[in-house]
Design a protein around this ligand. Structure first.
Ligand SMILES: Nc1ncnc2c1ncn2[C@@H]1O[C@H](COP(=O)(O)OP(=O)(O)OP(=O)(O)O)[C@@H](O)[C@H]1O
Ligand SMILES: [Mg+2]
Length: 276
């Protein structure tokens, strides 16, 4: 399968439920770019506004549960949403509001990125909301995509410092109640490869690429989970969608330094295919 042969239907609709990143590198903005670049039609329900740039988050303004529900009703009663990606959900009230609408409208695919903390250490999910996320949303997800600190928080372990420790987390991650888990290894910056583990009920599939040396890694996780949702919406099986999305994020990272955005961790190059 190659990235050039992947688009096989007129843009199926992919909904991102996530926070806005005013700097355009992560959150809803990254999701819309990744979905569009991989052949989906992106729509969005905003769960929080963040005042953010490539150097960090300076403010968070959560949207009320009622208004999130209103956005979800507007989208689902008109647009034929095939796949949903969920990102930042600030608190338990918002998680419950989103879970109840996902149950009501039952989209075919759900990819859940359990966003908790940014790369710069800014807290995006209240600690008390972790249990609500597990009980309300994990059972609905086809795949959850924690990074290493998030996976450690979810199973109450230390943050892994190598791939052996990542492997030792598999059983507990399976026990979280989601159908599948993609454990992302971008955090292990001292490793020469960036290795993710795709954990299904019966298998662990290792997805490993040489680590790209760049400081422009803002929004990798958001973009990866959105690309998975986009490929699922286009009819790929989950394993194929995960592998294609990993290829997509790797290429977007390889070409990230062609963009010169901000003074901190800039975004990946979502539209690398347009700039050859
Ligand atoms: N420097 C790198 N080189 C190659 N691949 C990378 C690099 N950094 C991250 N990745 C890949 O990018 C994807 C996102 O993983 P990562 O662990 O960075 O997620 P994240 O921490 O949720 O990202 P974010 O900071 O956007 O929240 C994974 O497939 C990971 O392997
Ligand atoms: Mg992330």
């Amino acid at each position: 399968m190659s990235l050039t042969t992947q688009i096989n239907t007129p843009s199926p609709i992919v909904l991102s439920i996530a926070g806005s990143d005013s700097g355009g590198g992560a959150g809803i903005q990254a999701d819309i770019k990744a979905i569009s670049a991989t052949g989906g039609y992106a729509c969005s329900v905003v769960t929080a506004l963040t005042a953010q740039n490539t150097q960090g988050v300076s403010g968070i303004f959560p949207i009320s549960g009622e208004f999130i529900e209103q956005q979800l009703d507007a989208v689902f009663t008109d647009l034929n949403v095939v796949a949903v990606k969920i990102g930042m959900l600030s608190d338990s009230g918002i998680i419950r509001a989103v879970a109840s609408k996902i149950k009501q409208y039952a989209p075919k695919y759900l990819v859940l990125d359990p966003v908790m903390v940014t790369r710069n250490g800014d807290l995006l999910l209240e600690d008390s909301a972790i249990e609500t996320l597990k009980s309300e949303l994990f059972p609905l997800a086809d795949v959850i995509t924690p990074n290493l600190p998030e996976a450690a928080a979810l199973i109450e372990s230390d943050i892994p410092n190598d791939e052996n420790v990542m492997n030792s987390m598999v059983d507990k991650l399976r026990g979280l109640g989601a159908k599948n888990v993609l454990l992302k290894g971008g955090f292990l910056q001292h490793e020469s490869n960036s290795t993710d583990l795709f954990i299904t009920e019966h298998q662990v599939i290792r997805l490993s690429t040489p680590r790209i040396i760049t400081k422009n890694t803002h929004g990798t996780g958001c973009s990866l989970s959105s690309a998975i949702a986009s490929y699922l919406a286009q009819g790929f099986q989950l394993g194929e969608a995960v592998s294609l999305a990993k290829q997509y994020i790797t290429e977007a990272l390889k070409q990230a330094d062609k963009l010169q955005i901000g003074q901190g961790h800039g975004p990946v190059n979502h539209f690398f295919a347009l700039h050859k």
